[in-house]
Design a protein around this ligand. Sequence first.
Ligand SMILES: NC(=O)C1=CN([C@@H]2O[C@H](COP(=O)(O)OP(=O)(O)OC[C@H]3O[C@@H](n4cnc5c(N)ncnc54)[C@H](OP(=O)(O)O)[C@@H]3O)[C@@H](O)[C@H]2O)[C@@H](O)CC1
Ligand SMILES: [K+]
Length: 511
Amino acid sequence: MKIFSAQQIYQADKSTIQKEQIKSDDLMERAANQLFEWLHSRLRGTQVNIQLFCGIGNNGGDGIALARMLHEHGYSIKVYVVNYSDKRSEDFLLNLERLKDLKVWPDFINKESDLPEISPNDIVVDAIFGIGLNRAPDDWVGSLIAHINNSRAFVLSVDVPSGLPLDEAPWNPDYVIQASYVLSFQLPKLVFFLPKTGVYVNQWEVLDIGLNPDFIANTEADFELIGRPEVLPLYRPRLKFSHKGTFGHSLIVGGSYGKIGAVQLASNACLTVGSGMVTAFIPKCGYDALQTAVPEVMVLTGSRDKYISGIEVPFQPTVVGIGVGIGQDDDTVSAFCAFLKKNKSPMVIDADGLNILSQNTEMLKDVPEMSVLTPHPKELERLIGYWDSDFEKLEKAKAFALKHNLVIVIKGAHTITVYNGKGYVNTTGNPGMATAGSGDVLTGIITGLMAQGYAPVEAAIFGVYLHGLAGDMGASAKGYEALKASVLVEHIGNAYAELLRQPEVEQKETN
Ligand SMILES: NC(=O)C1=CN([C@@H]2O[C@H](COP(=O)(O)OP(=O)(O)OC[C@H]3O[C@@H](n4cnc5c(N)ncnc54)[C@H](OP(=O)(O)O)[C@@H]3O)[C@@H](O)[C@H]2O)[C@@H](O)CC1
Ligand SMILES: [K+]
């Protein structure tokens, strides 16, 4: 699903009005209808106090129109107009008149002393600001927002949590609605998925208000949300007359004394995701452990006992996954540097492999184009420098990826894969996956997919999704806390099965 900027949403709005020859308030009516249906289907007439806080723009207009529908269906409502500007939108004014026609009189909030009481049992509808927010709210509006947040009431935000700008960090983190639920029109917003702004959104859902589908299909978006419909077409089925050579020979280079487990996890994940063969290159000390733990993996060792040195491999791997548990010993750094100069295979680079690159930036020119880098935020910062906001982070990562023609997988609650000026936002995964070795498993998965012929950016997008899905399935079996990295590997097969599972209706038809 595409993620549009505010500007693109306004354009989609305009093109819909033109194409369908409707009035803008018709679109507002559709939006309000969808909001009403959502609420009504859950409340079914329950007598709970619904307090609607409406701004003076179109977001407020949505709230006022919703208030009318709730009133017409007998709900107990209280409407407030948050009067932060004289520039009221036409559709807001129109809907205000319609509400007054029903003898519903809103209270106007103009200053801090006007704040009403909100009980924890109330439902608050937050329609103060939408995507038109373009500067810091006045302090008294900020106080109202903080007052709503402190009320412990269920807060339903219309389109976006009020106070949250779409393309920059909030001016004051306390002046943003903490939404229990966000009903977002047509497309989700990028801010729902970024670490600093996603915290304002507990749950979200998209409401289809019928914005021009041609416009949406033909407009290039900077970001895309990656769910099952986006991932399924990337899947490469295994053909009947294939053999292990068809699925590639991966080389995993990594490990150091006490960190051989990282290679065990990565190479096991690499095999489990379907790489035809996997060879691990590790320091001598890990030989017995690795051969015993994963007998399917072939093992080569360097000359040193505790650290990687002189990476000599007697075959041309299809793909190389390098860096897990590798450390930063001087011999390892020179071995990595020399290996980069002679290596011809595409690469996945993780962990200390990335830190070595950050400290020896001249090595970057030898990294094969289209290689996949999988940094967590600290590793990313070492690579691209400090950022002030999530938006700046994404811009810097995009620029870095473009400059070196690389794929960058920014790991996080919603991992974002950046390539060729675009970002792909993952939807699977859970907090249980914040556990040692989880990243090693991801490196193995992406490497193993590239070995099977997935293009690097597809391997990254597909691999991140599958890794998260394995985590979700592992969490339902074991719970968040007990979700170890090895459990992720165990669930890779289930994740494939879940991804490829036919919807029940289709299954009935084919049975
Ligand atoms: N797009 C669609 O398809 C549909 C969109 N719909 C709805 O419209 C919403 C967008 O509406 P909107 O453009 O009127 O903006 P909104 O967020 O209500 O803000 C109002 C105005 O406030 C101003 N302002 C900004 N910051 C401020 C501040 N800090 N303090 C004081 N004032 C401030 C600024 O005006 P300015 O003063 O800059 O001229 C701004 O224009 C959208 O989120 C959705 O709910 C649906 O109805 C149907 C289909
Ligand atoms: K809102």
